[in-house]
Ligand binder design. Structure first.
Ligand SMILES: Nc1ncnc2c1ncn2[C@@H]1O[C@H](COP(=O)(O)OP(=O)(O)O)[C@@H](O)[C@H]1O
Ligand SMILES: [Mg+2]
Length: 251
């Protein structure tokens, strides 16, 4: 297989006496559609925080595109292609969908010193933003205020803003949480159909969504990767049934 775009090597982390990451080894490959599942409190969100740099491991290392980024802060990992969604704030709610995504594009360009003159930059950023709206099926909402959209479509705007960072890896912690079931399948289909050069890792507890979305599934239980495999392998794994599928835990 190709070099992983994102890799965790022997990651450990505890909160006091609570072990939330125990010897985690994990690889995400280019274009992956990977789901991380596990009971509530298993450490899934903590693991994402360890990958992004919001949390430091007590041991182990994180690798991005073959580079050890363990010591790098969040924004430097973002600049190297690791993105997660950020929450829509009050200011953004009042902007149009296009303006919000355009702003994210311009911030990214400025960060990368890709400076054009004012008007030219705005026009190019609007075009790039519009392309992203098309990728996410949001073009019909372009001129509407973000805050007026249905909840699920606001989540898609957040993803569009994350894509403005031109990531190699997109991490999504329960993107469909709170989205009505009628919309959540469509939402995960849109995410699955993102450009193939972007690797996507989602945390999701709805197994129907997971099985529809994922090519690979990792099962995290009490901070440990219990097993990993294709949806068919995971569905057939008696260990997984015991600890997860047979239970009513969500998370
Ligand atoms: N900052 C923190 N300090 C102490 N305990 C935490 C902190 N963050 C999470 N935890 C605990 O770590 C465990 C794993 O949490 P989390 O990663 O959010 O699980 P999941 O996302 O799988 O539901 C939980 O028991 C949670 O209460
Ligand atoms: Mg969580």
């Amino acid at each position: 297989m190709s070099t992983p775009v994102l890799q965790a090597r022997d990651i450990n982390r505890s909160f006091g006496s609570l072990v939330v990451a125990a010897d985690i080894n994990f690889s995400l490959h280019e274009g992956a559609r990977h789901a991380l599942i596990g009971p509530n409190g298993a450490g899934k969100t903590t693991f994402i925080n360890l990958l992004t740099g919001h949390l430091a491991p007590s041991a182990g290392s994180i690798w991005l595109n073959g580079e050890d980024v363990t010591a790098l802060p969040v924004h430097q990992r973002v600049r190297r292609g690791l993105a997660r969604t950020f929450q829509i704030n009050t200011l953004l709610r009042e902007m149009s969908v296009l303006e919000g995504v355009q702003l994210a594009v311009m911030e990214h360009w400025n960060e990368g010193r890709r400076l054009f003159s004012g008007v030219a930059q705005q026009r190019r950023a609007a075009e790039a933003a519009y392309d992203l709206l098309e990728t996410l099926g949001l073009e019909a909402d372009a001129s509407l205020p973000v805050g007026g959209l249905a909840y699920g479509r606001q989540r898609l705007v957040e993803i569009a803003m994350a894509l403005a960072l031109e990531p190699r890896v997109l991490l999504l912690d329960e993107p469909a949480a709170g989205v009505p079931p009628a919309d959540s399948h469509l939402m995960l289909d849109v995410i699955a159909a993102l450009p193939k050069n972007i690797a996507v890792l989602i945390i999701e507890h709805d197994m129907k969504l997971v099985f529809r979305f994922a090519q690979q599934i990792s099962v995290l239980v009490a901070g440990r990767i219990l097993t990993q495999g294709t949806p068919a392998e995971i569905a057939a794994d008696p260990m997984v049934r015991d600890v997860y599928l047979g239970s009513k835990h969500h998370g």
